[in-house]
Design a protein around this ligand. Structure first.
Ligand SMILES: Nc1ncnc2c1ncn2[C@@H]1O[C@H](COP(=O)(O)OP(=O)(O)OP(=O)(O)O)[C@@H](O)[C@H]1O
Length: 234
């Protein structure tokens, strides 16, 4: 579904990403962990085709993202740290707008309200302007947009940073629901706890390289933290 093969990005000889090999299957949440500058955002941006690889390839549903930019974009949704929405429009209007932009005009207002309700926004909140929303509410609109697009691949870059624990928990539950519907999720995060809770696998990155790959079912919270810190120290 989501595949990196020897994916490499260098900036003036500095390897931001060094031969990454990774496959994320439908129904899987893969969490990228690593210190600042480890290459997590670079990985996500390569899948989004925001930047070009120096060598290797990023594929979505078997299609190279550089060779098939439009087709691969159709299958994916992206939630950055700050979801960009039109502040003067309501959550409902934003959702309708972005769904239409993605070619999904089949939903009526009731359908959009249902998607927002599933993402945890009441109708009352959905009809308020986004300028009045908290960060957690904007992230929920982001999830509703991903659901309206029926995205099969979800890319997230530190989506829960700055969310309070309850909002972060709610957001993680939404991710798990999408995962259970067969969405392939790739998420960069600094939150070891959430990575263990919601991730199927985690990859620890350091200076552009994937230095460890773990199955979350096989490690406890304390193990994951210890393994992470061991890698940061050497
Ligand atoms: N446009 C650019 N020009 C030059 N170097 C860059 C550029 N973008 C990223 N880098 C470098 O690539 C490396 C990887 O950066 P990246 O943003 O992928 O890290 P990250 O793991 O996402 O970090 P953070 O946790 O801070 O978000 C860093 O050394 C960074 O300085």
């Amino acid at each position: 579904m989501l595949e990196a093969t020897d994916l490499t990005k260098s900036y003036n000889g500095h390897l931001a990403l060094d031969r990454l090999n990774l496959a994320v299957r439908p129904g899987e949440i893969f969490c990228l962990l690593g210190a600042n500058g480890a290459g997590k955002t670079t990985t996500i941006n390569l899948f989004l085709n925001f930047i070009r690889p120096s060598s290797g390839s990023a594929r979505i549903k078997g299609l190279d993202v550089v060779e098939h930019p439009l087709e691969t974009k159709r299958h994916l949704a992206y939630i950055p740290e700050q979801v960009n929405l039109y502040r003067n429009l309501t959550g409902l209007e934003n959702l309708a707008y972005f769904a239409a932009l993605a070619g999904h005009r089949e939903h009526a207002t009731a359908g959009f309200l249902e998607l927002l309700a599933q993402a945890g926004l009441t109708e009352e909140a959905a009809r308020k302007r986004v300028s009045t929303y908290s960060k957690g509410m904007r992230q929920k609109v982001g999830i509703a947009i991903a659901a309206a697009k029926q995205a099969e691949v979800l890319l997230l870059d530190e989506p829960t940073s700055g969310l309070d624990p309850k909002a972060s928990n709610e957001f993680s539950e939404l991710l798990v629901r999408l995962r259970d519907r067969g969405v392939a999720v790739l998420m960069a995060t600094h939150d070891l706890f959430r990575a263990k809770e919601t991730g199927t696998r985690v990859g620890i990155m350091k200076r552009g390289r994937m230095v460890a790959l773990l199955d979350t079912a096989e490690v406890g919270h304390a193990d994951l933290e210890r393994i992470y810190l061991d890698h940061m120290h050497d």
